[in-house]
Ligand binder design. Sequence first.
Ligand SMILES: C[S@@+](CC[C@H](N)C(=O)[O-])C[C@H]1O[C@@H](n2cnc3c(N)ncnc32)[C@H](O)[C@@H]1O
Length: 282
Amino acid sequence: MNYFELIAWLGVGSSHPGGFPATKQNLEAMEIKPGEYVLDAGCGSGLTACHIAKTIGCKIIGIDISPLMVEKARKRAEREGVSHLVKFEVADVYRLPFEDNLFDLVMAESITVFLDKVKVYREFCRVLKPEGRVADLEMALLKELPPHLKTQMETCFGSGTNPLPFEEWLKTLTEAGFEDVTAKNPQPMRNNGNLLLGELKKDWLLIKDLPQKIRYQPGLVNRLQRNANFMKYNRSFFGFGLFLGRKPKPTPLPPKTFSYWLRKTFLGYYSSLKELRKYLGY
Ligand SMILES: C[S@@+](CC[C@H](N)C(=O)[O-])C[C@H]1O[C@@H](n2cnc3c(N)ncnc32)[C@H](O)[C@@H]1O
């Protein structure tokens, strides 16, 4: 079972740095309004998307590549009475099944850190309306990670896991075409395992058949412990923050001045004259 399969099987609702408290802290910076259309890319079991639907009342689509996550997210939406506002679909962030210029906000929590960041951000940019916002909560690197810790990190979270320093995250957003890029709520990784555990325990979707799952796969507890320990003992290397950007307005067409009209008319006339001469053969 890889890391994504593990959290999907468990149905973890907030598998991102800072957990659900960080999500609640970031909501203010995202400035979501009730009339907006939001995409939660890599939504997991839908905890954040359902919370946004419930507290803000906007329409939101959550997508995830894992059918198991999407199934759990749909159950959550039904149970929490927000199915009329939030929909969940299986989809890949590299090829979003949406038309261009559709969403007011694309948000993500701990997904681009595992993927090709520029490609994913370009896809987010494509589906955003002009001046639409991107808001991505991701892990950041505070100092260089020694090779043996990089190997351990990839063993825990999968090969390709690549947190960037804060300024690199912003450069990546710029490279993908966003402007007004900024980081909000940057913070170091804290030793607040008990607080996060307390939040996880409140999530009925995770808790409901956890004892049976642990009985069925006892190795799972060791696996989770290993991941938690990696973060606990190496947290001085890591931080996290919310990376924000805005899709630029389209560049306006040149104004139709008198000289533009003259050029257009006479060039048109000139080419028709050339056509006529060719036709008449002189
Ligand atoms: C660490 S989890 C975070 C889930 C959720 N955002 C949260 O904070 O709890 C990463 C999620 O990204 C999903 N994912 C990974 N690659 C993906 C891709 N290419 N397209 C869509 N989702 C993907 C995984 O299935 C997983 O649910």
